[in-house]
Design a protein around this ligand. Structure first.
Ligand code: NAD
Length: 502
C-alpha cells in the first residue's frame, strides 16, 4: 500500500446510502493496468468509521427492503440484467484493463456473473418454503425462509466481475441489504457494476460499496450489526475470516485457494487432454482458483502428453489484449506477484525439478513495463517441493509422474486443498473409481477443471473452503436466509361450528 494525495489520480468512490463519495482517508492502494504497468486509479483504504456508515445505511434500508415483495425485488434485477447486457463489452474492457486477463476471458468473467443475476431472477421460486399438514392430528408445520439481515462480501482480485456477482445479487434477492468490499487491486469493475444496479432502481442503502484492505475487513468482521459474511480469496485469509467472523457471531462462508490436479491416464485422448490442460493451466495466466495447476501423468501417458504440452505452451502468445486482440495470455496482477511466481519457479529448479518450459524470459514488444510471465512447465515435481505445497497462482504447470491410478489418487488426496480435480481416460470404470475416491468438491471427467455454473454450488472442500453452505446455487439461498418453522393448531370453539349452519 502507498500513501498518495487525492489529486494524483482520481480515487474510486465508495457508495453509501445512495451517494458516491471519495472518503477522507490518508491511504490509497494503487490500481494498475497489468498489461502496460501504468497506474490507472487508486482505491481508498476505508477504516472502521466508514464501514460503520455503510452498516447504518444498510440497517436503515433493511426493514423496507425485506417487506418489498420478492416479485418487485426481481423486477429490479430483470432491469439490471438488461443493463448488464447493454454494458457487456464495456464491463469486459474494464476487467481486462484492471486485471490483465484477455478480453475473451474477461467476457467469460462478466457472462458468468450475469448468469448469477439470471438465477437470482428466479427468487420467487427459490425462496418458497415447505409445509406438511397433520404432523400430528390437526397440527400443521410450515417452513419459511427469511433474510439474515445485513450481509457483507469480501472479494479477491482474480474475477473482478464474477466474484462480486456471486454474492450481492442472491443476497439482495433474498431480502438482505449488503456491503461489498471489492479487492483493492481491482475496484473499478465493481464501481461500474453497482452504478448499473443503481440505474436499475435499487433503493438507496440496499447495496453499499466500501473500498479498503485489512483494516476495512477487520471492521466488517467485528461489526455487531453485520449478520453474514461471504469471502473469496486465499486460504490463510479465508481461515482467518472464518475464525474471526464466527467468533463474532456471524454466519461465514469463506472460499480459499487451491491446487487442482488433472490426471492423464495412458488410454486418454491425449490431444483433447492437451487442449483442456492448456486452458486449465494457462487461462487467466493461471490466476484462477480452478486453474489446473498440476498434471499427474500415469505410466506411459507422459510420453506423448509432455512433448505435446510443451509445444502447445511455447506457441501461446503473451501480450496485452485491451489494445490488440493478438494476446492469447495476459499479464499477472502486479510486479510483486510477478516476482513471487518467478522466485517460486527458481525454487522448484533448486529443489530438483526439471524446467521443461521456462516462461521467465518472455518479452512483449512495446510493453516493457507490463507484468508478463510466459507459460512454464515444471516436470518431475515431488510432493515435498515448495512448488507442490504452495498455490503458485501463475501460468505454471507442475507435472508429477505416477505409476497407476491408485498412485495418482494418493498424490491428489494427500494435498490439503480440495477445490477441483479431473481425469482424462476412455475407461468408464477408471472414471468412476476416480470420481468416487478423489477428495475434492468439483470434479471433471474428460474436461478441464470445471467451475460449476450459477445453479450449482461452488463446492470446495478442506483447505479450499471454510464454512458449511457454499457460494452459488441453492446453498447460497440457504446461506442468505434463515429458516423459520411454525407449528400451528386451531382449537374447536364451542360457539362456532365451521361445518354446519346454525
Ligand atoms: P487475498 O486473500 O489476498 O485477498 C482477498 C481479500 O481479502 C481482499 O479483498 C483483501 O483486501 C482481503 N485481505 C487480504 N489480506 C487480508 C488480511 N490479512 N486480513 C484481512 N483481509 C485481507 O486473495 P487475492 O490475492 O486477492 O486473490 C487470489 C486468491 O483467491 C487465490 O488464493 C485464489 O485461489 C483465491 N480464489 C478462490 C476462489 C474460490 O472460489 N475458492 C475464487 C477466486 C479466487
Amino acid at each position: 500500500m502507498v500513501t498518495a494525495t487525492a489529486t494524483e489520480l482520481t480515487p474510486c468512490p465508495n457508495f453509501i446510502n445512495g451517494e458516491w463519495t471519495v472518503p477522507d482517508v490518508d491511504a490509497f492502494n494503487p490500481v494498475y493496468n497489468p498489461s502496460t504497468g501504468e497506474q490507472i486509479a487508486q482505491a481508498p483504504m476505508s477504516g472502521p468509521d466508514i464501514v460503520d456508515q455503510a452498516v447504518q445505511a444498510a440497517a436503515d434500508a433493511f426493514p423496507d427492503w425485506w417487506q418489498t415483495p420478492p416479485v418487485e425485488r426481481i423486477r429490479i434485477l430483470f432491469r439490471y440484467k438488461m443493463l448488464l447486457e447493454d454494458a457487456f463489452e464495456e464491463l469486459a474492457m474494464s476487467v481486462t484493463r484492471e486485471h490483465g486477463k484477455t478480453l475473451q476471458e474477461a467476457r467469460g468473467d462478466v457472462r458468468r456473473g450475469i448468469e448469477v443475476v439470471e438465477y437470482a431472477c428466479a427468487i420467487t421460486e427459490l425462496l418458497k418454503g415447505e409445509c406438511l399438514e397433520n404432523v400430528a392430528r390437526g397440527i400443521d408445520c410450515e417452513l419459511q425462509r427469511q433474510p439474515v439481515g445485513i450481509c457483507a462480501g469480501i472479494c479477491p482480485y482474480n474475477f473482478p466481475a464474477l466474484v462480486p456477482m456471486w454474492m450481492y445479487p442472491l443476497a439482495i434477492a433474498c431480502g438482505n441489504t449488503f456491503i461489498l468490499k471489492p479487492s483493492e487491486k481491482v475496484p473499478l469493475t465493481s464501481v461500474r457494476l453497482i452504478q448499473l444496479l443503481e440505474q436499475a432502481g435499487l433503493p438507496k442503502g440496499v447495496l453499499n460499496i466500501v473500498h479498503g484492505g485489512r483494516e476495512c475487513v477487520d471492521a466488517i468482521l467485528t461489526h455487531p450489526q453485520i449478520n453474514a459474511i461471504s469471502f473469496v480469496g486465499s486460504s490463510p485469509v479465508a481461515k482467518y475470516i472464518f475464525e474471526k467472523g464466527t467468533q463474532h457471531g456471524k454466519r461465514v462462508q469463506a472460499a480459499g485457494g487451491a491446487k487442482n490436479f488433472v490426471v492423464v491416464m495412458p488410454d486418454a485422448e491425449i490431444p483433447k487432454a492437451v487442449d483442456g490442460m492448456v486452458d486449465s493451466a494457462f487461462g487467466c495466466a493461471g490466476q484462477r482458483c480452478m486453474a489446473g495447476s498440476t498434471a499427474i501423468t500415469v505410466g506411459k501417458a507422459a510420453d506423448q502428453f509432455l512433448p505435446d504440452m510443451a509445444k502447445a505452451a511455447q506457441s501461446i502468445q503473451v501480450g496485452p489484449t485491451d489494445r490488440t486482440p493478438a494476446g492469447q495470455m495476459g499479464a499477472v496482477i502486479s510486479p510483486d506477484h510477478l516476482n513471487r511466481v518467478r522466485n517460486l519457479i527458481e525454487k522448484g529448479k533448486e529443489e530438483g525439478a526439471d524446467l521443461l518450459v521456462d516462461g521467465r524470459s518472455v518479452k512483449v514488444q512495446d510493453y516493457p513495463n507490463g507484468f508478463y510471465l510466459g507459460p512454464t512447465i515444471i516436470d518431475k515435481v515431488q510432493p515435498e517441493m515448495t512448488v507442490h505445497k504452495e498455490e503458485l497462482f501463475g501460468p505454471v504447470l507442475n507435472v508429477i509422474r505416477a505409476d497407476d491410478l491408485h498412485h495418482a489418487l494418493e498424490v491428489a488426496n494427500a494435498c490439503s486443498f480440495g477445490n477441483g480435480c479431473c481425469i482424462y481416460t476412455r475407461s468408464g470404470q477408471v472414471a468412476r473409481e476416480f470420481k468416487h475416491h478423489v477428495k475434492a468438491g468439483m470434479i471433471g471427467i474428460n474436461v478441464g477443471i470445471p467451475a460449476p455454473l450459477a445453479y450449482f454450488p461452488f463446492s470446495g472442500w478442506d483447505y479450499s473452503f471454510f464454512g458449511d453452505l457454499h457460494i452459488q446455487g441453492r446453498e447460497a439461498i440457504y446461506f442468505y436466509t434463515r429458516a423459520k418453522v411454525t407449528t400451528t393448531r386451531w382449537f374447536h370453539h364451542a360457539e362456532g361450528d365451521i361445518w354446519h349452519k346454525d
